[in-house]
Every structure is written in structure tokens, then in C-alpha cells.
Design a protein around this ligand. Structure first.
Ligand SMILES: [Zn+2]
Length: 129
């Protein structure tokens, strides 16, 4: 991909991800107010179910936020690689990343084959029973 086009795509992606992260930050400010009112009411049994849902929603939010942070890291990493001229090459084997793959995932760090291998590794070694 043309580095200027890639940079535009990555800039757009970064703006989008920062927007998502910002929206979460605002939501979490609201959460703090909410949790105060919930703790005041927590002696009442009928509120236990609500608190359980609240905890679950927060954990879900947290994992989404983690993913957004990880994607932002990838985007910033890709922008640095445009600067130093290594953008578009696989970080594992050094060969050019497929053009269609960069179109779909501008922040891709690995070619398709190495990405598949990396995901296989996560599945076989990342699982702790
Ligand atoms: Zn590769």
C-alpha cells in the first residue's frame, strides 16, 4: 500500500479508537456515581441481582477497553513503521505483507501465514486449565 494512503487510514483508525476510548472514560465517570448509589442500597436483597449485572457489564467494558488499547498500540506502531520505512513488511519473516491484508487491516504486523501461526500458538500455549 502507498505509505501516504496507509498513514491516512491509520490516522482515521486512531481517531476512531481514541473516540471509543474517550466514550468509555465518560461512561466510567458515570459508573462511579452509580456505584455510590448502589452501595447505599446494597443492604437490600432485591438489589443483589442488579449489582451482579453491573459487575458483569463492567468486566465486559474492561475487556473491550483492553482491546481498544491494544488496537491503538498497533496503529501507533504501524505509524512509526511508516516513519522508519519498514511499514508493510512482516515482522516475523520480513517479506511484504499481502496488499489485500493491509487494505483490510492497515495496522497488520504479520503476513497471513505468520498471523495464522501466531494465532495457533496462542490457542495451543495460551490456555491454562
Ligand atoms: Zn511473515
Amino acid at each position: 500500500m502507498d505509505p501516504d494512503a496507509a498513514r491516512r487510514r491509520l490516522d482515521e483508525e486512531r481517531t476512531r479508537l481514541e473516540g471509543v476510548r474517550g466514550a468509555f472514560a465518560v461512561e466510567h465517570l458515570d459508573d462511579e456515581d452509580e456505584s455510590e448509589s448502589i452501595s447505599e442500597l446494597s443492604a437490600l436483597d432485591q438489589h443483589q441481582a442488579d449489582i451482579g449485572t453491573e459487575t458483569f457489564e463492567r468486566e465486559k467494558d474492561f475487556s473491550i477497553l483492553e482491546r481498544v488499547e491494544a488496537e491503538l498500540n498497533d496503529v501507533e506502531h504501524a505509524l512509526r513503521r511508516i516513519d522508519d520505512g519498514t511499514y508493510g513488511t512482516c515482522e516475523a519473516c520480513g517479506r511484504p505483507i499481502e496488499e489485500e491484508r493491509l487494505e483490510a487491516v492497515p495496522a497488520a504486523r504479520l503476513c497471513l501465514a505468520d498471523q495464522a501461526a501466531a494465532e495457533r500458538d496462542v490457542r495451543t500455549t495460551g490456555y491454562r486449565p
